[in-house]
Write a protein that binds this ligand. Structure first.
Ligand SMILES: Nc1ncnc2c1ncn2[C@@H]1O[C@H](COP(=O)(O)OP(=O)(O)OP(=O)(O)O)[C@@H](O)[C@H]1O
Length: 948
């Protein structure tokens, strides 16, 4: 046994900063302007508000209210060793039945326990602000733990301090503040059995803080000395563990139903109207009976839940009636936390142990919140940890734990040596709390600043007023059975019924305040936006001005450019170059030329680039021309190969300068045919195609290897094309059908063909004959190919030299001067530039492409040209020479070159010749040269010539 005077050899002083609390505010609450004011609601001072310049930051001169968190320490006197737990249980059972009968006098038989002398105390009070904690000798020796001094407490209550003393020092200031309109919270913390419940609720003989506060609230005397007729609402609930897994809220009021926490608000919590202390104490006694308690090794009646009591004032009106000023009334909250437990000491097992965990966790979260608040106050940049989210208790007390509302802590510890560890743990944990300051807590609600008022309002809807209709009968009934004194007076009930009328008034006033503040904030925001808007507008105006300037400059430059272009002679060439560049990219797959676009075949706008055209207008619409006199088939025998029904054709016609009309006649015929074809094709919607026109010379400029001269190309690349030469000595028609569907199973009706016709001046008809034959051959080939449906292909023109390079096995003649007009997928027509030879190469694209052997045109077709070959040997040779220089790509068959010289055209002679067999059969030298179509064409040309 250690002597109390014995001091440890070494001493550690744990210093806490000095308390900087302001003196407790005066208890004289300012007059409640809200309640005393007339019910008339003033007009909304919008003008005044708008003229207000709200400072962005608080005035530096305004002193900020800083209050330290008040931390009190109470030491429970040591329990007499003779008292065992069961005896203690017997004793403490009375606690929960408190007050059994407030009128009942203390039983003189009740023994007052004599305290053991302080022989084995681990904690001693140094003064009203500090204590010394001494480890038991065993620990001092074995673990070399030294004594520690804890100081900085708001007040340390001596071991034998009475409840009243504690109340007066610790709670009464809070109560006075509460009456003055300030909310406040007191929380009791400490290890199990240290006296938290005793301090908060006490016993019938030693009423704790709650009953003492209630008595104080109702004992507030008026100026005449009589008791005031104040009234309050009280609510109580507990948070307990639900089978160790979750947390559960229980309303402890007599008629409490299910409640839940939403944000920081308890939904469904009943508030009971109380008008006198006895009634209130009775309610609390009944609530404590409901509270979860259990016997542990450390406490015979250990609280197993966190218990929260809220007292809210019902404001008084001048006429003496009470008004529910829930909107802005203060709340006094007292929290009795379940004590932290060490398993070793409590011996808890099973469900009890789970409860222990819940209790310890809650205490830990509560402590973490306080620490986080402290760290935030040390370093405002540090974010406030959201620890409060981890338990219902801390969520509910969030405003307090974030320093928005005042609170005080009462730490309870046991003084025994065996309690050293518990005490030490608590004091170490709590010692930093004293540094916590409240610098922005709410002011009394009737003279609050706007900001603080908002903070108050964040909790205003938290408690719900209990419906008297539901509580009264039970409360009065039960009150009768326990104590007649605790009945709610009927007059009070009647009074309360009248309260509802006044609630609206208060609410409206409150709304008014909210709106005013809201309007101010909104006005400031709007002002800022207005400034920004003005800035943006001026910026936009200058940008718009810049844009206009730029536009004007652009227009001027464009105009200048146009003028320059019109003056510049090389512009035309450049234009051609540009157009042909594009053509170049598509030559591999099709003949695609740029030019004027038309939306339908019926309205073909031909953009004439050539100055050879004498037409005064630059735009000539083909449909302006008279229909041709002859049938198209007469002019273009190839048409027959598709029977005219399902032909999707590309027609190319050439005409030279002199025979312009003839050329157009021809083209008109072609166009008409195309129209007709289109009509036929309109069923599958493929006819809406654009036509374009450009000179072949333009193409040639960009494609120097293309064997063309001065020709015109009017084309609708998809799928119609009309190419007109500016030389009447050559004409070409390309008939083409596209689309996979047409190919399949087609013989005559559905033809997938690529037909190329060449004709020179003299052998024009032959050329068509040849092409007709070629087309037929292709048709035939297509038929062969239709089985695998690969016949859909575009036309392209490439020189045979290229084919030779890539297809060395191809049986072709004419060397590099040959042309290949091909439908790469899968048809290819290769035509020689020599009249004596012509070839058709059938080729399948894709992987098989290289494996197919070129298809040689039947002899009878080739032989058609023999005469021509013989008659024009030099031209073929010369062409070869030309092509050697330009080995690459050519758009038109070389035969067109052979036909270029209009001067050798003997139209008269040609007209005299007999018709050619359209089937491509070999005819006599005199008759086979000109077909009926050729005759028509030549007739037209002649007529045109004659006209000129
Ligand atoms: N200051 C005191 N004076 C006399 N008795 C006290 C004092 N403090 C506590 N006691 C007694 O100690 C016992 C335990 O106290 P109490 O139940 O209040 O502890 P607790 O801290 O609430 O424990 P728990 O956290 O387990 O609920 C009670 O019987 C109580 O009457």
């Amino acid at each position: 046994m250690k002597s109390p005077s014995t001091c440890p050899n070494t001493l550690t002083v744990r210093r806490n900063p000095h308390r900087k609390a302001r003196p407790t505010p005066t208890t004289n609450a300012p007059p409640n302007s809200t309640l005393n004011s007339s019910p008339h609601i003033p007009y909304f001072p919008i003008e005044d508000i708008l003229s207000i310049q709200i400072p962005q930051n608080p005035q530096p001169n305004t002193p900020s209210i800083k209050e330290s968190l008040k931390v009190f320490l109470r030491i429970r006197p040591p329990v007499k060793t003779a008292i065992n737990v069961s005896e203690q249980h017997q004793k403490s059972r009375a606690k929960n039945f408190w007050p059994q009968n407030p009128s009942k006098k203390p039983n003189p038989k009740d023994k007052i326990l004599k305290k053991k002398p302080n022989t084995d105390l681990s904690i001693t009070v140094n003064d009203s602000h500090s204590v010394t904690l001494s480890p038991p000798l065993s620990l001092q020796e074995s673990k070399r733990i030294k004594s520690e001094i804890y100081e900085g407490f708001s007040h340390v209550f001596s071991i034998d301090s009475s409840q009243v003393e504690v109340y007066e020092t610790m709670v009464n200031p809070l109560v006075e503040d509460f009456l003055g309109g300030k909310s406040g919270m007191l929380a009791a913390l400490g290890p199990t059995g240290s006296g938290k419940t005793h301090t908060v609720f006490g016993s019938p003989r030693n009423p704790g803080m709650v009953p003492l506060a209630l008595r104080r609230l109702f004992k507030r005397t008026g100026s005449c000395g009589e008791e005031s007729s104040r009234s309050f609402y009280i609510s109580m609930f507990e948070i307990c563990s639900e089978r160790g897994k979750g947390e559960r809220l229980i309303d402890l009021s007599p008629d409490g139903a299910d409640i839940c926490l939403q944000q920081s608000t308890i939904k469904g919590l009943l508030e009971v109207f109380i008008s006198d202390a006895a009634q209130a104490e009775s309610l609390i006694a009944r609530a404590l009976l409901k509270r979860a308690t259990a016997m542990t090794n450390a406490n015979s009646q250990s609280s197993r839940s966190q218990c929260i009591i809220n007292i809210r004032s019902a404001a008084e009106r001048l006429d003496g009636e009470q008004v529910d000023v829930q909107a802005n009334s203060a709340v006094l909250t007292i929290v009795d936390l379940a004590g932290a437990e060490r398993e070793k000491r409590t011996g808890n097992q099973g469900a009890r142990l789970l409860e222990s965990n819940f209790i310890n966790n809650t205490s830990m979260v509560f402590g973490l919140c306080l620490r986080s608040l402290l760290e935030r106050q040390k370093n405002p940049k540090k974010p406030l940890q959201k620890n409060f989210q981890n338990s219902l208790l801390t969520r509910y007390l969030r405003d307090y734990l974030e320093g928005k509302k005042r609170m005080a802590l009462i730490l309870t510890v046991k003084s025994g040596e065996e309690d050293y560890l518990d005490t030490s743990y608590l004091l170490r944990q709590a010692s930093p709390y004293m540094k916590i300051k409240f610098d922005n807590v709410e002011e009394p609600s009737n003279y609050v600043s706007n900001k603080r008022h908002f903070q108050t309002l964040s909790r205003i809807e938290q408690p719900k007023r209990m419906k008297l209709s539901s509580i009264d009968p039970s409360a009065i009934e039960e009150g009768k059975s326990s104590s007649d004194e605790h009945q709610l007076p009927k007059e009070e009930i009647q009074k309360i019924h009248k309260l509802d009328d006044n609630v609206d008034l208060t609410k409206r006033e409150r709304n008014n305040q909210i709106m005013q503040n809201f309007a101010k904030a909104l006005w400031n925001v709007l002002k800022e936006y207005n400034e920004k808007l003005k800035l943006a507008e001026s910026e936009m105006r200058s940008l718009r001005q810049n844009l206009n300037d730029e536009k004007t400059r652009y227009c001027e430059l464009e105009k200048e450019l146009k003028d320059l272009k019109s003056c510049c002679t090389c512009y035309q060439e450049r234009l051609v170059q540009d157009n042909v560049d594009e053509v170049d990219t598509s030559l591999e797959s099709r003949v695609k030329l740029e030019g004027q676009e038309c939306t339908s075949v019926d309205k073909i706008n031909v953009d004439i680039h050539s100055s050879n055209f004498k037409a005064s207008e630059n735009i000539i619409t083909l449909d302006q021309f008279d229909p041709p006199s002859g049938k198209l088939e007469d002019v273009i025998p190839q048409v027959k190969c598709s029977d005219g029904d399902a032909i999707n054709a590309s027609c190319i016609g050439d005409a030279n300068e002199k025979n312009y009309e003839g050329g157009f006649e021809f083209n008109t015929a072609v166009t008409q045919h195309v129209d007709q074809t289109c009509e036929n094709f309109s069923a599958n919607g493929n006819c809406a195609e654009d036509l374009s026109v450009m000179t072949l010379s333009e193409v040639k400029n960009n494609h120097p290897n293309a064997d063309m001269e001065g020709d015109f190309l009017v084309c609708s690349p998809h799928p119609l094309a009309v190419v007109r030469s500016d030389s009447i000595s050559s004409a070409k028609l390309v008939l083409e059908q596209r689309g996979e569907d047409e190919v399949k199973g087609s013989d005559v009706d559905v033809v997938k063909a690529s037909c190329i016709g060449d004709a020179n001046e003299r052998n024009y008809e032959d050329g068509f004959e040849f092409n007709t034959a070629a087309a037929k051959l292709v048709d035939q080939t297509c038929k062969n190919f239709s089985a695998n449906g690969n016949c859909a292909g575009d036309l392209s023109v490439i020189p045979l030299s290229e084919v030779k390079n890539t297809h060395p096995n191809a049986d072709m003649e004419g060397g590099s001067s040959d042309f290949l007009v091909s439908s790469p997928q899968p048809l290819a027509v290769i035509m020689s530039d020599s009249h004596c030879s012509a070839k058709l190469v059938l080729e399948q694209s894709g992987e098989d492409e290289g494996t197919l052997e070129p298809l040689v045109l039947p002899k009878e077709v080739i032989s058609m040209h023999d005469d021509v070959t013989h008659s024009e040997p030099t031209l073929g040779t010369s062409l070869k020479h030309v092509n050697e220089e330009k080995p690459k790509r050519r758009l038109m068959p070389a035969s067109t070159i052979l036909l270029r010289d209009i001067s050798v055209l003997e139209i008269e002679d040609e007209l005299e010749r007999p018709k050619v067999n359209k089937g491509g059969k070999k005819l006599s030298a005199d008759t086979r040269k000109i077909t009926q179509g050729g005759l028509s064409l030549l007739r037209l040309l002649k007529e045109n010539n004659l006209r000129h």
